[in-house]
Design a protein around this ligand. Structure first.
Ligand code: ACM
Length: 274
């Protein structure tokens, strides 16, 4: 048994008021004890950027921007790892990114690979794949929101050795909360989807309603903890990461070792725009 406490934060940020959103997230974290804490995608900036210029203005370098500095301070104070979304500026590029920090140190910056809908107008797609870092014996992988619909994302993380997939999200479609237990089951990992609630209406973009229901799922496809569809919340689950190291199923199959990639062809071939 290697017990790890994971916390999944469901917040309700207002667009464009980063410092107030950081203070509100800090208030939500009050009294929460966990080894790994996951916050939503773009959790302090808000989501619905009107255009590229607005995203550029909000974007911060990693790790020397105000949002990541705050995450570093939280992680140092709590001796925890934090995974949380923020808009990243890297030279002339702007990414929908997630910072991975632990014990006051920056460990990785994931740049969202699969951009959703209007995000393609305001962000550059990540090209660096999906990171896995180790913190106190648990291997934490990261993907962001819409990556969920591409099973290759979670599978890449499992093949890279992730025990737990941190999944900062701003979900607006209704399916992901049902899909994540399957991502956990098919890969034999824990998943931690931190979603937000509330609405944003930033004309001319449509009204966006975020669907909450943040959840932790286990390698057997069970839901270990889940927040409601509305309201801010922090849900906590204690997980045994050693369960994610054994990919065997009843009957003796192994979810990763028994794959037969030479028979798959198409899933590993370039897509039409690659
Ligand atoms: C999403 O990727 N934020 C839907």
């Amino acid at each position: 048994m290697r017990a790890v406490r994971v916390a999944c934060v469901q917040n309700d940020p207002a667009f464009g008021v980063r410092d107030a959103n950081l203070d509100a997230a800090e208030a939500l974290l009050e009294g929460v004890e966990a080894d790994v804490v996951v916050l939503p995608e773009l959790f302090a900036s808000g989501y619905s950027f009107r255009d590229r210029a607005e995203a550029e203005a909000a974007a911060e370098p990693f790790p020397d921007g105000p949002t990541v500095r705050r995450l570093l301070a939280w992680s140092r104070r709590r001796g925890a790892a934090f995974v949380a979304g923020f808009p990243e500026r890297a030279g002339s590029r702007v990414h929908n990114a997630a910072a991975v920090v632990a014990d006051g140190r920056p460990l990785a910056c994931y740049r969202k690979v699969h951009l959703f809908a209007f995000e393609r107008e305001v962000f550059d797609a990540g090209e660096d794949g999906f990171p896995v870092v180790e913190h106190r014996g648990v291997r934490v992988g990261t993907m962001v929101c819409f990556d969920w619909i591409f099973p290759e994302a979670a599978r890449s993380l499992a093949l890279a050795g992730a025990d737990l997939i941190a999944h900062p999200s701003n979900l607006v479609l209704p399916w992901c909360q049902r899909a994540m237990p399957l991502r956990a089951l098919e890969n034999g990992v824990f998943t931690v989807t931190a979603n937000r609630v509330g609405t944003e209406h930033r004309s001319p973009r449509p009204v966006l309603r975020f669907t909450g229901g943040s959840l932790v799922a286990g390698p057997d496809g069970s839901v270990l903890a889940q927040a409601s569809a509305d309201g801010t919340a922090v849900v906590v689950a204690e997980v045994d990461v050693l369960r994610a190291r054994d990919k065997r199923l009843p009957g003796g199959n192994d979810r990763l070792a028994d794959r037969r990639p030479h028979c798959y062809g198409a899933p590993t071939a370039p897509s039409k725009d690659a």
